[in-house]
Design a protein around this ligand. Structure first.
Ligand code: FL2
Length: 553
């Protein structure tokens, strides 16, 4: 068989098959040499010796709160650390993108065909002996058996850090602006534009964006229901399509025109969509006060720039801060990347999409004012929001526990979604979780026990996969023993680079954008710099806001 199927090249060396069952490893740019790029240059050796193990680093950053309390308050040191986080995470993401899912080697398509999700590692060649190259079983384990034995919830496991449902819906609402798989054409393709473009608020195409505008004062279309501002009914916005199930009779007063067709599915997404539409219109009012002469177009475009800034600010300083459980205070300071080699380009990777399948966060029911709603009771319905009022609905999200991001915690109704993501990862021929551990500078797992920290689960996985190098990507991410963060450690160290790159490579972070005039002057700039999750809700809820955060009070 093709000797490159054994992945002989280490440290990201590229394997090139030669005639007569020969091969060569291209060690260019790996800081290593030798036939398998296994010998480090003195520079790489020094880095390896000095760079502590990611697990140690992670435990350090998520503990020692006293030490971090001091470091967070010394601007010079804090800025150095944040700069390092931005640059080091950014450097781990190939930019321009190198691989896509239709070839197991580098192509120009990976760069020029923007319909592709990028790939951090190329797919396993189809001619290799097993789905992982040469290791493990000749066939993937049966997906239904795998789901039943490893993923299905026996009983609800609450998230150990008191994470609430407000966090879960933030993750779902935020990520759907850039995870836009083109299901009709295949899981390797996306309709997205590569990053935080707030297309989930404004619409993905120019046509949708125009349809959702009021064309007055820069504002988005809204309507008043029970004295409060809400998005418009779908029937009132020609051209907008929302994903509703065919043949399910849903009254027109329950269908709304939102920035993303998927947001028809859950009231939690409708609630976030409503809050962000209100925030956009509130920013328009602020801008109009500052610039009475500005027309609708300038108010709309400038407000959209401010909203993107707010989204990135809140995502780093509230969302990632909670997710990582870091005691290091994470900040949104684009000027720290100015004058460095950091590049303001981003491509969403297929593996990032799969990593972000966080359905275990979803509880079986949501209790609102004493009424228990099962997930399916809420599907395609906004009734819970209008029956109890938006503020009560938000209050219930704040006070409801999310599920732990681990195995055996997927709600049963989500079986089809989970099956789809596992089948897609097989269609995309993802390499095993250990290949990704090495790709992101972590040591590969040496045993099933080391992966899971749970003897029974280790046995189940060993029986299915045989070889630790054959454990599938998504399975390994979720089966990993819990760490100090909301997600297990591998998810942090892989999600980190894609997430930080996706946030900080936004055009508004580049030197030519990141200045007061872009955002309507100092006041507009300050809306971004003072944005927070709590402010977002408290400025846009009618009856006051209490305990707004990502943890159950
Ligand atoms: C490596 O860690 C980091 O760079 C920190 C800042 C960090 C950054 C991002 C994430 C993160 C991981 C998964 C999905 C979304 C965000 C994360 F969990 C931690």
């Amino acid at each position: 068989y093709d000797p490159c199927c054994a992945y002989p090249c280490q440290n990201q060396g590229v394997c090139l098959t030669l005639p007569a069952n020969n091969y060569t490893c291209d060690c260019t740019g790996t800081d290593h040499y030798g036939i398998h790029c296994e010998i480090p240059t003195w520079r790489a050796w020094l880095k390896k010796v000095l760079k502590p193990d990611p697990e140690t680093v992670h435990n350090l950053i998520t503990s020692n709160s006293l030490l971090w309390g001091i470091i967070n308050r010394i601007p010079f040191i804090h800025k150095q650390i944040i700069t390092y986080v931005y640059i080091s995470r950014g450097d781990m993401v190939d930019s321009p993108p190198t691989f896509e899912s239709d070839h197991s080697y580098i192509t120009l398509n990976a760069y020029f065909n923007e319909s592709y999700y990028g790939r951090a590692l190329p797919p396993v060649p189809t001619h290799c002996p097993t789905p992982f190259g040469i290791k493990g079983p000749k066939e993937y384990p049966d997906v239904d058996m795998l789901i039943k034995k490893v993923f299905m919830r026996r009983e609800f496991i609450p998230e150990p850090h008191d994470t609430n449902v407000l966090f879960q819906y933030y993750a779902q609402h935020f990520t759907h602006q850039f995870f836009r798989t083109d299901y009709k054409k295949g899981p390797q393709l996306t309709k997205g534009s590569g990053g935080v473009d707030v297309s989930n608020i404004y619409g993905l195409t120019e046509q949708d964006r125009q349809a959702l505008r009021s064309r007055v004062d820069g504002k988005l279309r809204t309507q008043v229901i029970n004295g409060e501002e809400f998005p418009p009914y779908l029937k009132d916005v020609p051209g907008i399509t929302m994903d509703y199930p065919p043949h399910v009779p849903i009254p027109e007063e329950a269908k709304f025109a939102l920035g993303h067709p998927f947001y028809a599915l859950l009231p939690g997404l409708f609630a976030y969509a409503t809050i962000w539409v209100r925030e956009h219109n509130r920013v328009c009012d602020e801008l109009q006060r500052l610039h009475p002469g500005w027309d609708d177009e300038r108010l709309y475009q400038t407000a959209r720039l401010i909203i993107i800034g707010e989204v990135i600010k809140i995502t780093i300083e509230d969302y990632v801060q909670h997710l990582s459980q870091y005691n290091l205070r994470l900040t949104f300071e684009p000027e720290l990347t100015h004058g460095t080699h950091f590049q303001y380009h981003n491509r969403i990777h297929a593996e990032f999409n799969h990593l972000y399948h966080w359905h275990p966060l979803i509880p079986d029911t949501l209790q609102i004012n004493g009424t228990d709603y099962a997930i399916m009771d809420m599907a395609y319905s906004t009734a819970p929001v209008f029956k109890h009022g938006l503020d009560n609905f938000i209050h219930s999200m704040v006070n409801s526990r999310a599920g732990a991001l681990t195995t055996r915690n997927h709600a049963h109704v989500l079986y089809p979604v989970l099956k789809k993501v596992i089948e897609n990862s097989r269609q995309l021929r993802f390499q095993g979780v250990n290949a990704y551990r090495k790709r992101f500078e972590m040591k590969p797992f040496t045993s099933f026990q080391e992966l899971t920290g749970d003897t029974e689960l280790a046995g189940v996985l060993e029986e299915m996969y045989g070889d630790i190098d054959a454990v599938e990507y998504y399975i390994g991410l979720l089966a990993e023993r819990p760490g100090p963060s909301i997600t297990p450690l591998t998810m942090v160290n892989m999600g980190g680079p894609w997430s930080v790159k996706g946030l900080m490579a936004n055009p508004i972070c580049s030197p030519k954008y990141w200045k007061p005039s872009t955002f309507g002057g100092e006041e507009g700039f300050n809306i971004i710099k003072t944005a927070s999750l709590e402010k977002l809700f408290c400025l846009n809820m009618r009856t006051g806001c209490k305990d707004i955060s990502f943890t159950v009070p």
